[in-house]
Each structure stands twice: as C-alpha cells, then as structure tokens.
Design a protein around this ligand. Structure first.
Ligand SMILES: [Zn+2]
Ligand SMILES: [Zn+2]
Length: 536
C-alpha cells in the first residue's frame, strides 16, 4: 500500500485545571490512531496544544492576583507531563500562547477579512467612565433579574441563569465599583450564515465517517439557524486583532483555538520539509483527516472550523472523520469539580500502568453513549484481559521453554490455519482503526488473543512434549509467531506490553503487517507482561 498522508487533530484542553478521565477517554483515540498509522508507515501529522486564552483563566488570574500566563503556563506544563505519562506521542503539542500560533491566526484572520467574511458592527456595550474602558461580561457585577442574587454580566452566581448583560440590573464595574454607562462600541463579526450550504453538504457527504453524535449535533446546529458570531472580544488576554482601531480587543477564542490545528500542523510540516498547503489540500487524494474530541466540542469541529477554513479559501480539506466521544461518569454519577468526584489522569497513573488505563478506555470508552467507569471495573478489566488473556498466553508458554529447553525454540513450520487467521486479523483490526472505531478494534484484538489461547489449550503441549516432540515444537513455534504478531497488533493501544514482548523475543522491526519469524528463537529476560492487581 502506498504511504498515505494522515492529519490527526486532538482537541485542545483548557489550561485552568488538571486533565481528568473524561479528557483521557475523549483524546485517547487520537493517540491510538497516530500510533496505528505510523506503524503502518503512513506520513502522520498528529497535533494538539493547550487552550490558554479567554475569560475563565483571566477571571481566575484576577481573583488570585496573578498574571493569566502564570495559570496557563502551570497547567500547560502539567498537561505535557500527563500526556507523556499516559503514553501519548504528539508530533507537536503546543499552546495558544505560542508566538507562531498567534502570528498564524492573525494572518488567517486578515485573509477572512480580505475575503469579505469578517465585517464591522456597532453595538451598545457597558462602559466604565472612571476606568475609561469597555467592560467584558465578567467585569460587570449586578443583580440578577430572576432571583435578585449577585450576578456577573453573563451569569447569575446564585441561580446560575445565563444572562444577557442588557437584562442585568444595577450594573457596576468590578474594578472600581462605579455604575456602568452604555456606549457604542465596534466589533468584528464572522459571517457564519454564508456557509450554510457548504456545511450542509459536508454533513451529508460524511454521514458514514463522522460519528453519529457529530452528525446529529451538527444538523441540530444548522436547523436552529446559523447566526453571525462576534469575532472580537473586549479582553486583554488573547491574540491581537490585526486591524487598526482594535488594539483594546482580542480575537475571540472560538476562532483562535480551532485554527491551532493548522498553526501547529504547518509547523510540523515545515520541520519535515513537507509543503503543508499541498499536504492539507482538498485535492490531495492521499489525505485523510481525523478530529478527536468530546461531544461538547462537536459544533466547533463540524460547524465553526469548516466555516473558517472555507472563509480562509486556501482549499484545505474539511474534516473527513469526526471521532467525538460521549461522557464518562464515575460509579454512575456525573463527574464534576464542584461535586469533588473528578478523577484526574494523574491520580489514575499513580495507581495503574498507562497500558491498563489505555486498554480500559479503548475497550469501554464512551464511543456511542455515556459510560460509567469505576476503579473496580478498571482492576477487573486489567486482570481479565491483560493478565488473564495476554500475559498468561505469553508467560505460561515461554516460562516452560525457559525451564525445560534453556529458552531455545527450534525453528519449524507455523500452523497454516493460524497463519491465515493472523493475516486476516490485521485486515479486520486495521479497518476498525481506520474508521475511528477503537472499541471494535479492541474487541477484534481480544478475539485474536482468544484464538491464541484456544490454540495452545487444544494442542495440549504439556502432553505433546512427552509423546511427540516435533508436534510440540510446531505448537511452540506457532505460539511464538502469534506473540510476535500480537506485539504488532496491540502496539497502538498497549505500547508498553508490545515493547516487552518484542524485547523478550528479540524482535527489532515491527509494522502493521504479518510478522514473519525464522530461525531458532532464544528467549531473553523473560518477565511478566502485567502483574495481577488485588481487587481491594
Ligand atoms: Zn439569579
Ligand atoms: Zn471602573
């Protein structure tokens, strides 16, 4: 198969708290796809980064008396560590604070303006005459018209009603306490309404490649009626607006963050001397693009991002695959920071091997519906599949050889039927990966492990070794052949286990294809692939 061009965009987590299991479940398919396509020899560009701008970080910084960049930098560095510990290998993991990202976004913003999709609009906005500035929603305090509680310009802090700043009563500046006045302000707007036809065609074209929830959400968004959206915001923390007279405003994060895929992608391409315009071109028939995120992010990837690409008019490919996950609950309860039941990825990694967690979410991930996870279930899944099926197949087989034959496995033929089943398995599992169906791929891998265990049991090598040594050698050689192929098949999901098997068998090369073995095999440094975890 010729080498293909694969672009994978993992969603950009917001840098104001640690990554939790919901992030991991939603983002893991991206890393699995990247590993699979790399193993297959394709040209992969897999990018992501930290989303660092916007109101929540600005607000928190104001409350804590620090700069927004301090908060964003802290969590960005945490994200880098967490992803590494979870076995993620981005080609580049950047941040929206990155200078290349900022200049890239400003350049694309100008193109959208020049192409006539960004226009100026005047509107009334709250102003503080003492501070001499327009106030963002979060810089306003006032009274909620529904419950008379304390509210900001966009949300009541007591009844949580979302509000429009025009309905908030007794509005005051959060900094100096003065009453606000209304003044005409200008903003730039993005003409989203002009892309209804393009977006509808995109949804119709991708009915079989976008996940069902993505098709549903995107269609709902269009059916509700698209509206033009403010492209600039009254805030100091963000990417500057490259238009004179807009020095006190920044580009709205909804535009800026999704363009990160292209700012970072172009960076990776440049580092490999790849022409990114050609790579991402819609006419590149060799290209497939995947976008991997949670369901709350669907409109940004199915509506906003394709509309921005269309407005930039650089003929880039619109998303081919939308790999959008549902939510993870904990013990059947919704997880949230305020409930205090949020499990961070760091907490999981303190107790479990990253393979254990990767396998769990690959197998039980919220691919089509919300799922409930629990620590007990993670432990049971680990023990049943990684220890009971995978580890056991490798270890019981090889420890016998080490004990009785000094770790030497004599070269002989591999069972023909097993050979055919193995070649088929690559095709079937690979097809699942390429459709973004990680759970199905995992199920097919489990079926192959089950085949391997059944083969071993049915041959009864502990009897063969006494009665027919040639048959015993063939069984063992065939089992080692299966182990070598298991190492290839599990690699995208279980990189640690894959590496251990290859080390034990002294296999250096690997790829998404039948792993042929030849000659006598010497077992080196046999170790348990996975330890059983006690259920308490
Ligand atoms: Zn209220
Ligand atoms: Zn003021």
């Amino acid at each position: 198969m010729p080498k293909r061009d694969i672009f994978i965009g993992g969603a950009w987590p917001y840098a104001n708290y640690y990554l939790h299991v919901g992030h991991l479940a939603a983002l893991l398919p991206g890393d699995i796809l990247a590993k699979y396509f790399r193993e297959n020899g394709d040209e992969v560009i897999y990018v992501s980064g930290s989303d660092c701008h916007g109101t929540p970080i600005t607000e928190r910084a104001r409350k804590e008396g620090v700069k927004p960049s301090e908060i964003a930098n802290f969590y960005h560095n945490e994200f880098l560590k967490t992803f590494k510990n979870a076995g993620f290998e981005y080609d580049e993991y950047s941040s929206t604070m990155n200078e290349h990202h900022k200049s890239y976004v400003m350049e694309q913003f100008k193109r959208m303006l020049d192409n006539g999709y960004v226009y100026e609009r005047e509107e009334l906005q709250d102003y503080c005459e003492k501070c001499n500035k327009f106030l963002s929603d979060r810089e306003i305090i006032g009274t909620c018209p529904y419950c008379s509680g304390k509210s900001t310009g966009d949300q009541c802090e007591e009844c949580n009603h979302s509000l429009n700043s025009t309905e908030v009563l007794n509005k005051k500046c959060i900094v100096c306490g003065s009453n606000t006045v209304c003044k005409t302000n200008k903003h730039l707007y993005f003409a989203l309404t002009k892309f209804e036809k393009v977006l509808q065609e995109l949804i119709d074209k991708n009915k079989n490649t976008w996940r069902k929830n993505a098709i549903g959400e995107a269609q709902k968004y269009i059916d509700m009626g698209l509206v033009d959206r403010a492209a600039t915001r009254q805030i100091e923390w963000g990417v500057p607006v490259p238009v004179p007279g807009y020095e006190d405003k920044r580009i709205y994060v909804w535009i800026e963050a999704v363009l990160g895929y292209l700012s970072v992608g172009s960076n990776v391409a440049a580092s490999r001397q790849i022409d990114f315009d050609k790579f991402m071109s819609n006419s590149n028939e060799n290209l497939k693009t995947y976008y991997v995120h949670g369901k709350d992010n669907i409109p940004f990837h199915t509506i906003i991002y394709p509309a921005l690409i269309s407005a930039i008019k650089n003929n880039y490919r619109l998303p081919d695959y939308i790999v959008s996950s549902a939510y993870v609950n904990l013990n059947n309860e919704k997880m949230s920071k305020s409930k205090g039941n949020l499990i961070t990825v760091n907490e999981l990694l303190e107790h479990f091997d990253s393979d254990t967690i990767r396998f769990y979410f690959a197998f039980k991930g919220p691919e089509t519906n919300d799922v409930s996870c629990s620590i007990e279930d993670i432990v049971q899944t680990h023990n049943k599949f990684l220890v009971g099926m995978l580890g056991n197949f490798v270890n019981r087989n090889l420890s016998f050889i080490v004990k009785k034959f000094d770790g030497i496995i004599k070269e002989t033929d591999v069972d023909e039927n097993i050979k055919n089943e193995t070649i088929d398995a690559y095709k079937v599992i690979g097809d699942c990966f390429e459709k973004g169906e990680i759970r199905n791929a995992t199920i097919k891998i489990i079926e192959y492990l089950s085949l391997a265990n059944k083969y071993y049991d049915s041959k009864e090598p502990w009897v063969q070794v006494k009665e027919n040594i040639n048959e015993f050698n063939k069984t063992t050689y065939t089992c080692v052949y299966m182990m070598a192929n298991i190492a290839n098949m599990i690699y995208p999901i279980l990189p640690n286990g894959s590496e251990k098997i290859r080390k034990i068998l002294s296999i250096n090369d690997f790829g998404w294809k039948e792993q042929v073995i030849n000659g006598n095999i010497k077992i080196e440094n046999l170790q348990l692939l996975y330890n059983r975890i006690e259920e308490n």
